[in-house]
Design a protein. Structure first.
Length: 165
């Protein structure tokens, strides 16, 4: 049995609080784009643990998650030593897919500075192929997703990059 460590309450869960480090600053004097991705990935990893799909789950079941789509939108810059946080959502779940959204915020200004959206597949690590979530895991994750989304979904979900000509 997989345990979800998060209460099923409306809205996102705070998965990370940190600050912008010196080594993350580029020649433009702000946080380099690559570190936005690392911060969001760190939050995603923590959220994975909290929803019961982390290392313990992998060791116990022989299944994990693999990323099939991920993108980040950059909305504002971050400066050296700025306090930041990431709030995470499980927006949806089906037999084999989990849809995540992460909002990176400046705790200094209160603004959302970036958003990361990701689609993961449940993956059997022995067969090396996509596999359905166990029924009890899916039911628990559906409950969490419904609860989080009851507060409304965050702005910017479902964006696709592109140029209109």
């Amino acid at each position: 049995m997989t345990e979800c460590l998060l209460p099923a309450v409306p809205g996102p869960h705070r998965t990370l609080e940190t600050h912008v480090r010196d080594k993350w600053i580029d020649v433009n004097g702000h946080m380099n784009a690559q570190f936005f991705g690392l911060v969001i990935y760190d939050a995603h990893s923590r959220f994975t643990d909290l929803i019961g799909l982390g290392d313990d789950y992998v060791e116990r079941t022989g299944c994990g998650k693999v990323v099939v789509e991920s993108h980040i939108t950059y909305e504002r810059e971050l400066r050296r030593d700025e306090a930041i946080s990431v709030d995470s959502w499980l927006l949806g779940i089906d037999d084999k897919r989990a849809h995540f959204f992460h909002e990176l915020r400046s705790l200094t200004s209160g603004h959302r500075v970036a958003a990361g959206e990701q689609l993961d597949l449940h993956f059997d690590l022995t067969a090396r192929r996509v596999a359905p979530f166990p029924a009890d895991v899916r039911a628990r994750l559906e409950e969490l997703s419904r609860s989080q989304c009851a507060a409304g979904v965050p702005a910017g979900t479902g964006r696709t990059p592109g140029v209109q000509s």
